[in-house]
Unconditional design. Structure first.
Length: 89
């Protein structure tokens, strides 16, 4: 499956916009990132493994909180998109 990396985080994974990952759910995809792209993983998850407050993860078009959270299943055709929160006024 594919993990889409937004522009602000690409420097944490060698400038790549997409990463190919073998995973059965979002949790295992993040575990792959922890091992293979630790700087990127550190931007997504905190020390406890929880997704940081300012990060949103989507499986295809669905936010993980609207499906099964970190246990949301993945297939080879799925895309996990990482979005950083935008704030301002």
């Amino acid at each position: 499956m594919t993990v889409f990396v937004p522009t602000p985080l690409r420097r944490r994974c060698g400038g790549k916009s997409e990463l190919q990952v073998e995973a059965t759910n979002v949790r295992s995809a993040l575990a792959h990132l922890a091992i293979n792209h630790a700087p990127l993983y550190g931007c997504i998850c905190d020390e406890t493994g929880a997704v940081r407050r300012h990060i949103n993860l989507f499986v295809n078009q669905d936010h993980i909180r609207d499906i099964q959270g970190l246990d949301s299943p993945l297939t080879e055709q799925d895309t996990v998109s990482i979005f950083t929160a935008v704030s301002g006024g």
